[in-house]
Design a protein around this ligand. Sequence first.
Ligand code: NAP
Length: 325
Amino acid sequence: MRALLCREWGGLEKLYLGELAPPTPGPGQVVIDVVATAANYADAIMVAGNYQTRPPLPFAPGLETAGTVAACGDGVTHFRAGQRVMALLHHGGMAEQALAEASDVWPVPDAMSFADAAAFPVAYFSSDVALRWQGRLERGETLLVLGAAGGVGLTAVEIGRAMGARVIAGASSAEKLAAARAHGADETINYREADLKARVLELTDGRGADVCFDPIGGDLFDGALSSLGWGGRYVHVGFVGGVPRIPANRLLVKNRAALGSALRHYRWHQRDKLETSVQTLFAWYAEGRLRPLVSHRLPLERGADALRLLTERRAHGRVLVDVAP
Ligand SMILES: NC(=O)c1ccc[n+]([C@@H]2O[C@H](COP(=O)([O-])OP(=O)(O)OC[C@H]3O[C@@H](n4cnc5c(N)ncnc54)[C@H](OP(=O)(O)O)[C@@H]3O)[C@@H](O)[C@H]2O)c1
């Protein structure tokens, strides 16, 4: 089968379109005929060899996918061939067929297109578990989202809004902030131009935000932490800007908490909470409260360019790699 291949760890320029043996499903697994797969920043980290897991070489990147069921392994009785599905993957979504654990596969709701389904799992699931279970975001609270037009960031804006929070979106350009506003942000801050802490305090009459959703870290962390009010919860989702050190004194003085949020924790250890998140997200999607934004669609042979749009900070929402016409 055709696949975007990584055969040595390194930069995205090493990816190439090649041939890979199609997967066969083991017990509890599902093989999916891929229609489209969203690019994730984490794919670039994996290709560089710096992700939490390192697949055996060669492999195809792609941490999620949408398509139809091609075959099911022993013990998988709740999916049938041809059924429309979306899935979280260990890797391999940027190929004509992908292998998934059946527990990480969900039927695509009837009203959802393949494009929306491809854009859905990683970003929406990760943001929901981060805000609902880690951040314990409540109706009426103020949520600060950094990277608010990025893959997970924009979904956090929509989910925060759907949860009844007041959402302050932070991003690096007017165009990105317009996307965040169109997807539910109440206020926006261009953190390239404005002082993040000062602006959040101004927008909250000095009280500060209740929850910060941060997929970036790096230089933004210090101001974002200071912008949290009493009892504020800082939720670390990713570190595209660098891994910050957390000064414990600044947690204590305002009764703040700093929390990591990893989707895989909910996949492996708290399935009931993940299912609650997923079903809530599907219901919100059906009500039109979630609208996946896809800024670019590229064919499989341009998968490396799809990832480059993320590493070069040029995407809004999701970037899709179209595998089947
Ligand atoms: N913990 C989890 O469960 C989970 C799940 C999914 C993703 N993640 C992580 O979340 C992070 C974001 O992933 P994503 O797929 O949403 O990425 P993305 O779509 O590329 O969004 C990242 C955003 O970060 C901002 N950014 C700031 N500095 C950047 C830099 N040096 N390079 C690139 N972007 C930069 C950009 O917004 P501005 O230009 O507006 O600053 C960009 O929109 C990654 O670290 C990923 O591994 C974690």
